[in-house]
Design a protein around this ligand. Sequence first.
Ligand code: GUN
Length: 287
Amino acid sequence: MAEIIDGKAVAREVREAVKNEVEKLGRERGLVPGLSVVLVGEDPASQVYVRNKGKACEKTGIRSVQHTLPEDTTQERLLGLIEELNNDPSVHGILVQLPLPPHIDEHSVIEAISPEKDVDGFHPFNVGRLVVGRPAFRPCTPAGIMRLLDSTGIDLTGKEAVVVGRSNIVGKPVAFMLLERNSTVTICHSRTEDLPEKIARADVLIGAVGRPEMIKGEWIKPGAVVVDVGINRVPERGLVGDVEFESAARRASWITPVPGGVGPMTIAMLLRNTVEAAKRAADGSGA
Ligand code: GUN
C-alpha cells in the first residue's frame, strides 16, 4: 500500500519558511513584498482561487491587492492596468487569473506582464529560461509538484517520468523541470497511442489531464511515485483526481491524495515566487 504524500503538510512548511523570510525582509530592509492579483469576470472557481491567494498573502505578511474587472472588460483596459502595475514599484508580483473571457487574447496579456514581475512563470521569457536551464520564475503548480517529489526522497536521475497532459500551466513546464533533474521524460496527451503502455513504464507519473479517474490503477508500475494534479468535481462523489486513487494506491509506493495533494502547493509556491521577486527588485538584479 502506498504512502500518502501530504501536500497540506509540505505546503505548510513552505508557507512557514516564506513567512519567516518576509519578517526578516521587513525587519532588516523595510521591504514589504507586494502581489497584485487581477480577476476578470465572475468564474466561481477563479473567484475561490483568487480569494484563497489573497488570504494566504495576508497570513504571510505579503501585501496583496485584488483588481476585479467586469466580464466585458476590453483587452485594452486590461493591458492598461498591467502597464500601471508594471510601473508601480510597490508591486513586485503580478498574477492575472486564468482563464480569461474568450474575447481577450491570453497570450497578449501574459506577454504584457514584466518578466521580472511574472510570479506565475508564464511569460515566454521565463518559459524560455526554464527550457535552457537558466534561473527564472518557475510556474507554481509544477514547482509544487517537484517539491512534493523531493519530499518522498526519490532520486529522479535516470528515472522514467511520464507526464499525462501538455498544458502550458502544468504539463509542459513540469516535463522540463523533470528533465532538468535528469529524468527521462515522456509527455502524453489526448492523441497518444497506447497510453496504458506508456504509463506502465513510469517510475514517476504526473496526471495532469483534467479528466476524472482517466488513469487506471492497473496501468501503474508497482512502486511508482504518483502525483495527481487533477481536481475534478463529480456529481455525488465530490472531488476526484485524474488517477483512480484506490487501485493506484495498491500499486504505487507514494501517491498524492485529492484534495490535499498538489492543490495546497500552488499557492505556497506563489508566495515564494513573490518574495523572490521583491528581493530581486530590491537587489536591482531584475529577472
Ligand atoms: N488558473 C489555474 N491555475 C492558475 C495559475 O497557476 N495561475 C493563474 N494565473 N491562473 C491559473
